[in-house]
Design a protein around this ligand. Structure first.
Ligand SMILES: Nc1ncnc2c1ncn2[C@@H]1O[C@H](COP(=O)(O)OP(=O)(O)OP(=O)(O)O)[C@@H](O)[C@H]1O
Length: 673
């Protein structure tokens, strides 16, 4: 094996015939023996080899895995049982583990006589959600002290894919120019795009992808994510009244703004911001943006946000480069921005005099709404609109634009103004009416706004729900808006501590990824590992998207800079509380397995989010205190904010009924699906 490696490396060329011959040889070697060293060597020692047209999630480890799979899957009859050790790789660019081998097992539970499904190291507990494309399960990672994770199981192909394939001429030859959607089928393309997007993301207010289990021999792809135990944000009662207090809504908004700001910096337009895609952590202190199923990567936006020198190589991933999706109507109708549902046949200046059934009689709105003459560009501003619709929903328990049919909703979004009820939030604060500064007027300077909650939030809403995308408020302005910073002791501190650059400093350096890779991949093959790493370094030149020189950091910025992302998030929150006793010393790169200490569950729960920046020492922040004060449903109703299944999962986990005291590996049955 070593001789081959040396030979390829020295010659530097790559004859296809040699490749075919080699594949034939490799196919006869048990797959467990050829991974991962050979597959890696195949790629890195063949720099001239063109990337195959069906590069999937784009980053080279997947490409590598595809090559390995091409070889491995040629021996389709290999028994699953003989596969040997799991084949997992860390993607050095983002730390997400890519596993291209699935082992299905099951175990009967001694207590309830349930059968536990096990996929690789993940023990499946309960289904916590079901989306359009797949199901999401609560699972536990047996290799990480039974840490809870969410596993999204998605079928590669669905019925519509098959129908589409039948309609197309399936025998047309593939060329490098064949669109990826045609090569992969639209469902698989969507999953791979979602994965490629999620792999780029690492932020405290964005759900983190931990592992992708993608075995070409199975029809499902598994996305292992951090588990958000608090479930979706519940925002309205059955009778369409708000469920959240106004200050709770503001805290949620602050988290979402920070998450969105990061997404946009990464060039990602989420396209489906709505309460159902905002998930609470188990302690309900932090909200994270989830569901990137219809998200799009915009290279132009990434360039504009990050600057040329800061673009990573994986930003040119072919699956991400397809921006044609942007013009398509995707997302949830009531949250769509006017520029998405633009209709050129409509008059461009529309006089509307609509009043919603919820508006007060003093608010007979007469307004001239201008829609642009030309089809406006679809940009990240659509997320800001959707955020505005979300804010409206959280405040009032209803949505600003509604109608009976989808077509009618789009017309309302394009042409009509919105109105407001007299009160907002569960605490029924007065709104003061839709136009605090007079009908149609919006002060240029926030300081001229009346200093009331109602006047400020109306101003923010009217800037978010601005029909002309070019005039819509930017996220940076939203962050500084007086309603967003209203209850902060020091808005300047908050703005400084939540600066985007602070998260970007957490990007792993080459040294960290190198050590992470060598500890995971090449512990048993150091020489090959070193050679591969040095080749990779040449292939992926060092970029400037790294920590800026330390002398420019102020003291607060220093906190958490070297920590592993999950810990750093907490450190950032600890910093925001200003409580130095919570600060965690640096442990160096936690990516180096076994080094540094992982935080205990108690520590994780103790940490606070930006939400509670005002929490006073000794008085723990409790965003859900309202549930206990008698005016609102009692503690048991607290569970109403969880999905039924999540509540069920929680109580079963608490009672211990779904986790035996010991975990004997009884009756491991391989049930390949
Ligand atoms: N990381 C997570 N932690 C906890 N629950 C989750 C997580 N991710 C998703 N869920 C739950 O599963 C549900 C479905 O997940 P998701 O929205 O990602 O699936 P989907 O197929 O993309 O759905 P959609 O139809 O909205 O596109 C969510 O509404 C949420 O309740």
């Amino acid at each position: 094996m070593r001789t081959w490696n040396r030979g390829w490396h020295r010659r530097g060329d790559w004859a296809p015939a040699r490749m075919v011959a080699l594949c034939g040889v490799l196919a006869r070697i048990p797959s467990s023996r050829i991974r991962p060293s050979l597959s890696l060597a195949l790629v890195v020692s063949a720099p001239a080899a063109p990337a195959p047209p069906d590069v999937r999630a784009g980053c080279y480890p997947l490409y590598i895995l595809d090559m390995a799979n091409a070889v491995a899957s040629s021996s389709r009859d290999r028994p699953a049982r003989n596969r040997g050790s799991m084949h997992s790789l860390h993607d050095p660019t983002d730390g997400v583990v890519i596993t291209n081998e699935v082992q299905y097992r099951s175990r009967s539970e001694s207590v309830k006589h349930d059968t536990i499904r096990i996929i690789n190291q993940y023990e499946f507990r309960l289904r916590v959600g079901k989306g359009q494309h797949g199901e999401v399960y609560l699972a536990e990672d047996s290799t990480k002290n039974y840490m809870e994770v969410a596993v999204k199981c998605v079928r590669r192909k669905n019925k519509t894919d098959r129908l589409k394939k039948l309609r197309r001429n399936a025998d047309l030859p593939r060329t490098p120019h064949t669109p990826l959607v045609d090569q992969l089928g639209s469902t698989e393309h969507k999953i791979r795009k979602e994965i490629a997007i999620m792999k780029k993301l690492n932020h405290p207010h964005v759900v983190r992808l931990l592992e992708v289990i993608d075995d070409p021999l199975t029809d499902k792809i598994y996305m292992v994510m951090e588990y958000l135990g608090g479930g979706e944000i519940k925002w309205r009662t059955k009778s369409d009244n708000p469920l959240l207090r106004v200050d709770q809504t503001r805290r949620i908004c602050r988290d979402v703004i920070l998450g969105l700001e990061y997404l946009h910096y990464q060039g990602i337009i989420h396209r489906d911001i709505k309460p159902a895609n905002l998930l609470w952590t188990a302690d309900r202190r932090t909200v994270k943006i989830s569901d990137f199923g219809v998200s799009t990567f915009s290279y132009a936006q990434r360039l504009a946000a990050a600057g040329n020198g800061n673009i990573k190589d994986d930003d040119t991933d072919p699956i991400l480069m397809d921006e044609s999706d942007l013009s398509k109507t995707a997302g949830t109708p009531m949250f769509l921005a006017p520029e998405i549902v633009y209709d050129a046949s409509e008059e461009d200046v529309i006089g509307s005099s609509q009043t919603s059934p919820h508006s007060s009689s003093t608010l007979q709105l007469q307004t001239q709404l201008q829609t642009p003459r030309q089809r406006p560009q679809v940009t990240k501003a659509i997320d800001i609109w959707a955020f505005g619709v979300t804010l409206y929903g959280l405040l009032f328990g209803i949505l600003p634009f509604n109608a009976k049919t989808e077509y009618e909703i789009y017309r309302v979004i394009r042409t009509q103004d919105w109105s407001v009820p007299e009160t907002m939030g569960l605490d029924q604060l007065p709104t003061g009416g839709r136009y605090p500064g007079g009908i149609g007027r919006r002060p240029a300077d926030y300081r001229s706004l009346p200093n009331t909650e109602g006047a400020q939030v109306m101003d923010l809403l009217s800037r978010l729900l601005e029909k002309n995308a070019e005039k819509r408020i930017t996220l940076d302005e939203v962050k500084r808006h007086p309603w967003i910073t209203r209850d902060l002791h020091s808005p300047e501190d908050w703005l400084r501590e939540t600066r985007l650059t602070r998260y970007l400093q957490l990007e792993p350096t080459h040294a960290e990824t190198d050590s992470a890779m060598s500890s995971v991949r090449f512990r048993w093959l150091p020489r090959i590992g070193n050679r591969i790493m040095s080749t990779l370094r040449n292939v992926k030149p060092q970029r400037s998207f790294r920590r800026p020189p330390r002398q420019h950091d102020d003291e607060k910025d220093d906190v958490g800079v070297h920590s592993e992302p999950h810990i750093v998030h907490l450190t950032r929150h600890q910093t925001t509380t200003g409580n130095p006793s919570h600060r965690r010393p640096h442990h160096g790169s936690v990516r180096e397995k076994g080094k540094g200490r992982r935080p205990s569950r108690q520590e994780l729960l103790r940490n606070k989010s930006t939400n509670d920046i005002n929490a006073k020492p000794g008085k723990p922040f409790e965003p859900w205190a309202m549930w206990n004060n008698g005016a609102t449903p009692g503690p048991s109703k607290r569970k109403s904010t969880e999905t039924g299944l999540q509540a069920q999962a929680r109580s079963r986990l608490r009672s211990g009924s779904i986790r035996p005291a010991t975990r004997p590996p009884t009756a491991n049955v391989l049930v390949r699906g």
